[in-house]
Each structure stands twice: as C-alpha cells, then as structure tokens.
Design a protein around this ligand. Structure first.
Ligand code: AMP
Ligand code: MG
Length: 317
C-alpha cells in the first residue's frame, strides 16, 4: 500500500535538493536569506506528497505541518511563482496555484479511521546548513501507528536512502531508486561498538541529561552520532544505531508534534525495535497534532528497560 507513495517521496526529495542548489547559496548567511528556501521547499514537498495521497486515497485524513491558507497569506508572490516552477520541473507538468492550494489542504480537518501524518521537511536547520534532513510520511489507523516512509537524502555520506515499511517489515532502498533490502534493528547490548543517536541542535534535547543517562545505564563507552531529523529513527531501524534518546531540557514544556515522530516510530517498530515515552509508556498518536509524551526513548529493544530506568534517575537528579 505504501509503495504508491515511494515515488512521491523521491520526487519531494528531488525538489528539496533543487531548492538547495538554486536558492541556498553558500554565501547567503543572513537569517532572511536563509528562511525563504525552506519555505518554498516545505510547501513544494508537502504538495507532492498530498497530490499522491489525493489520487490514491481520496477519503483519508491528513495532518501536515503546512497549509494552503498560510501559503496564500504569508508567502510572497515571487516565492509562490518559484514554488510552482519547481513543482512543474519535478512533476513534468504545468501546475497552477489553484492545484497547489488544493493539494496543500488535502484531507486537512477531516475525520477518518486512516490519517496520514506528513513532515515535508524535518530538520529544517539541517536542511539550511546542508547537514541532515528528512521527508516523512506516516500512516495512523484508529490512532495507532501502521506504516511509515522516510526519505533521508544525507544518509550514508549523502548517498541518500528511502526507508519504508511494508507488510510489517522495514526496508531500505537507495533514494535514487531501485529495489529495497529488508533491514532490522541490531542485537548490541553495550560496549565500544554501541552507537547512540541524538539531536544535533542543543535546544531540541538535553545533551547533559542524555550523557548522564548513558553513564547510569552502563553505556559510557558508546559512540555518539549527532544529526538532525527523523533519520535517527531510521538509523535505529536498520541497525546503524542502537539507541536514540530525546530527553527534554530542564523546564522545557515543549509539546512534540506527531509529524516529527509517526513515520520514524513505524520504521523502528516494524524493524523489531521499541519506541516509548520516558517512563516506557506507549507514545500516544491518538490526540491530534501533539503527543502527550514529554520525550522519547527509541532502542533495538535489547536494553530498553535499563535505559528507561537510567533516564528516570537522570531526569530526577
Ligand atoms: P531533531 O533534528 O531530531 O532535533 O528534530 C527536529 C525537530 O525538532 C523539528 O522538526 C522540530 O519540530 C522539533 N523541535 C523544535 N524545537 C524543539 C524543542 N524545543 N524540543 C524538542 N523538539 C523540538
Ligand atoms: Mg519536523
């Protein structure tokens, strides 16, 4: 079922790469110059994914980060024209603003047993800094995670990969195309080979609490990989990483958004891993745009309870 969307995510990734090539000049260092490329890429990417959903699943609901109303109200006419040009280049057909607006709002505000959860560019800061970012689409059925696809253009030193679930398993293909191979989580329990993934941005999670948790869990020798976006979920799903923690900074009341997690959790679960809240509780995707969970612990399942216990201590200290 998700196969129908693989091409859409690949096209969305191509659009993002085009935006980086055309509009993200290495010399444009000012904040203003750097927010516009992401705007165009966000809307373009969401439009491509929603277009595919509308064609194949016309009755389904969508929760996505962007909306047609915002596009009309806050994006300059010059940028709107650029977005249409990029869509035409990637899709190989002319695209009108009316079509784009219809795609952007497809399924929004609708109630259905099936809800697609889209992050058109996850890891905006990584996208702008040419680090890692992802394009993600998850499927909830009756409020539970069912499937996910994550395009990770920066995977494996920029080779790029498409991770997806299919019939309860997780697969990885080259982003450029071709057949996928089944992947699964690692069996590592600790030691020097153990790899822990975490956010690059220090504002997004507490590096000190995660360091303390590793110490308390006996994972002091682990190698740390810091990167932006949901690619971290994909790394755990395919065994490149063994643990990914997202512990809140002290005093943070941040409400996690479903589109930042749904597709990634699907990949990890179908690959045999575990994704829970900080107390080991289930992540609750049934409440709309935000999750009630204050943080996440994602693992290969070999040491999950030990990490949950260590995180609990680190958070209380
Ligand atoms: P990552 O690169 O894994 O940190 O994830 C990027 C995502 O973190 C973005 O899509 C944001 O929605 C989300 N984010 C932004 N601010 C925060 C915050 N204060 N705490 C946790 N996540 C955040
Ligand atoms: Mg995001």
């Amino acid at each position: 079922m998700m196969q129908a969307l693989h091409e859409a995510l690949r096209d969305a990734a191509r659009l993002c790469q085009l935006v980086q090539d055309r509009y993200l000049s290495a010399s444009a260092k000012t904040a203003g110059a750097h927010t516009e490329p992401v705007t165009i890429a966000d809307y373009g990417s969401q439009a491509i994914i929603c277009r595919a959903l509308q064609q194949r699943y016309p009755d389904d609901a969508v929760i996505a980060e962007e909306s047609g109303r915002q596009f009309r109200q806050v994006v300059s006419s010059e940028k709107r024209a650029q977005a249409l040009q990029l869509l035409a280049a990637v899709l190989g057909e002319a695209v009108s603003e009316a079509q784009l607006l219809t795609w952007l709002d497809f399924g929004a505000g609708r109630r259905s047993r099936r809800t697609w959860v889209i992050d058109p560019i996850d890891g905006t800061k990584g996208f702008l800094a040419r680090r890692h970012y992802a394009i993600a689409c998850g499927l909830l059925v009756d409020g539970e995670i069912a499937d996910g696809i994550v395009a990770a253009p920066g995977y494996n030193d920029g080779e790029g990969a498409l991770f997806y679930t299919q019939a309860g398993e997780t697969w990885r293909a080259l982003l450029a195309g071709g057949a996928g191979r089944r992947v699964s989580v690692s069996a590592r329990r600790g030691g020097d080979e153990f790899v822990v993934a975490q956010s690059y941005e220090r504002a997004h999670a507490s590096k000190s609490r995660m360091g303390r948790t590793r110490e308390l869990a006996g994972l002091g020798g682990a190698r740390i990989v810091e990167l932006d976006s949901m690619e971290k979920y994909a790394l755990v799903a395919c065994g490149d990483a063994d643990l990914y923690m997202r512990l809140p900074r002290a005093g943070s009341g941040y409400a996690h958004k479903v589109w930042d997690h749904a597709a990634g959790v699907a990949l990890v679960q179908a690959a045999g891993g575990m994704a829970t809240g900080l107390d080991g509780e289930a992540l609750d995707f049934s409440r709309g745009e935000t999750l009630p969970n204050a943080g996440m612990i994602i693992s290969n399942g070999q040491h999950h309870a030990r990490v949950v216990a260590a995180a609990g201590r680190a958070l209380r200290e």
